[in-house]
Write a protein that binds this ligand. Structure first.
Ligand SMILES: Cc1cc2nc3c(=O)[nH]c(=O)nc-3n(C[C@H](O)[C@H](O)[C@H](O)COP(=O)(O)OP(=O)(O)OC[C@H]3O[C@@H](n4cnc5c(N)ncnc54)[C@H](O)[C@@H]3O)c2cc1C
Length: 405
């Protein structure tokens, strides 16, 4: 049966062979998608009841690592859909109403994106503005209005799992935050692509919703704190990508150091180069140990937010250092467009910012240490000027803001 491979030994040689082309053309070839479906990769993360293969933590981690090493762009795109979005739907939705949305993501036949960030707000989640409100039309349901930007898969996805505020009726205060499962093939949806530095093959861009329709059952109230726990899947996904990129950069560095001769000996015989390679190896292994623990805890369903937060910071920043060393060891070859380590260098930086930038995440870790939440009072930067004009169009005086994410 299609997709019933041995899940402990998944490998993606075809996708790896096309990684340079995927980056150069800035799109994922159709053959990558058919390889993914044939391999059963999207089904790994889900139980058989919804079409998954119910792989254990070790098999999931092995497959994610193998795919991320083959091609980071392809890994990001399919894993955001099959792991992150599908887990959000199965965690916060219900089987009666949402199985028909879930199954095609699990089989890899459809693609989803997760829309949180907006043009005016990334880390500062408390200021997101996208809203859903009752449609008031004969079909009932809701409409969504707002813009999500810098979203993985936005240009090509079929479905958007979208974070929004729900406007209530007068007699219904309504839970403030919700996830809206929005069909992207309908009027009121406009999409655009955003060219980007790394992970170039990964579709990335924005979605403008202008009163796009959502059936009532596809607007699911979610307390913000619960959502932020669900989002640790995203941090885990990015950390595994970062470790794989670092590993690939180190492999290329070792190969080059053994082959390149300078001052009558291979670079690999020089202490300065050896030290760089040894540091990279130690950092990668440390991240790997942390990642194994994190996958194990997450798949077992135990609270692991603090652990995965640490991993996200350490692994993504580590990969930037390792990729920078790889470029250094390759000399001018390493900064040549199209060279493998040049691609790893660009890809590595994307992971530091994607799924919440490290600095903001550090604040959340500090909160977990018992230091209390990060609380900011809005800075009224216009007051000293004497101008009472507010270009952001926000009403009212500055108010205390509790940072959320
Ligand atoms: C590869 C990639 C994929 C992405 N995919 C998605 C996606 O699928 N869905 C989605 O919704 N978004 C996605 N994003 C967007 C991403 O979540 C945001 O870029 C990220 O949350 C940071 O927001 P920002 O870019 O607006 O930066 P800002 O929030 O403006 O932050 C800029 C800098 O200031 C720092 N900073 C902000 N607040 C603090 C603070 N309190 N303390 C210290 N430093 C702070 C940040 O760490 C950062 O370094 C993706 C981004 C990338 C790079």
């Amino acid at each position: 049966m299609k997709g019933d491979h041995d899940m402990t030994t998944l490998s993606f040689p075809g996708i790896a062979a096309r990684a340079a082309e995927t980056d150069a053309l800035a799109r994922i070839p159709a053959s990558n998608w058919s390889d993914l479906v044939d391999s059963g990769y999207p089904r790994l993360f889900h139980p058989p009841e919804i079409g998954g293969s119910g792989a254990d933590a070790a098999a999931q981690a092995q497959a994610m690592d193998a795919l991320a090493r083959a091609c980071s762009s392809t890994y990001w795109s399919v894993t955001v859909s099959a792991l992150l979005c599908a887990n959000l739907i199965s965690s916060y939705g219900n089987s009666r109403d949402h199985e028909h949305l879930l199954r095609p993501l699990v089989t890899g036949d459809r693609l989803a994106c997760f829309g949180i960030v907006e043009p005016t707000a990334g880390s500062d989640a408390g200021t997101y503005r996208t809203t859903v409100r009752p449609s008031g039309g004969p079909d009932g349901g809701f409409v969504i209005r707002g813009e999500k930007s810098r979203i993985t898969n936005a240009p090509t996805a079929d479905l958007a799992v979208t974070l929004a505020r729900r406007e209530g009726h007068e007699d219904d205060g309504g839970p403030e935050w919700c996830l809206a499962f929005v069909n992207l093939h309908q009027p009121g949806v406009h999409r655009y692509e955003t060219p980007h530095m790394g992970l170039r093959g990964m579709p990335w861009g924005g979605i403008v919703f202008t009163d796009a329709h959502i059936p009532e059952q596809n607007v699911v109230p979610v307390p913000f704190q619960a959502l932020s726990d669900g989002m640790t899947w995203g941090w885990l996904l990015v950390s595994i990508a970062a470790i794989a990129t670092a590993e690939s950069a180190l492999t290329a560095s070792v190969r080059h150091a053994q082959q390149r001769v300078s001052f009558g000996r291979p670079l690999a015989h020089m202490q300065g180069v050896q030290a760089q390679l040894a540091d990279s190896q130690a950092q990668i292994d440390a991240a790997r140990v942390l990642a194994r623990r994190a996958v194990h805890e997450r798949v077992a369903g135990r609270p692991s937010r603090q652990l995965i937060g640490m991993l996200k910071i350490y692994a993504t920043e580590m990969a930037v250092q390792v990729a920078a060393r790889a470029v250094q060891i390759h000399g001018a070859t390493g900064v040549t467009q199209g060279h493998e380590v040049e691609r790893h260098y660009r890809d590595a930086q994307m992971n530091v910012i994607g799924a919440f930038a490290s600095n903001r995440l550090r604040e959340q870790l500090a909160e977990g240490l018992g230091l209390g939440p990060a609380v900011y009072r809005s800075f009224d930067w216009l007051a000293p000027t004497g101008l009472r004009h507010n270009p952001a169009g926000l009403e009212g005086p500055p108010r205390p803001v509790r940072a959320v994410a």
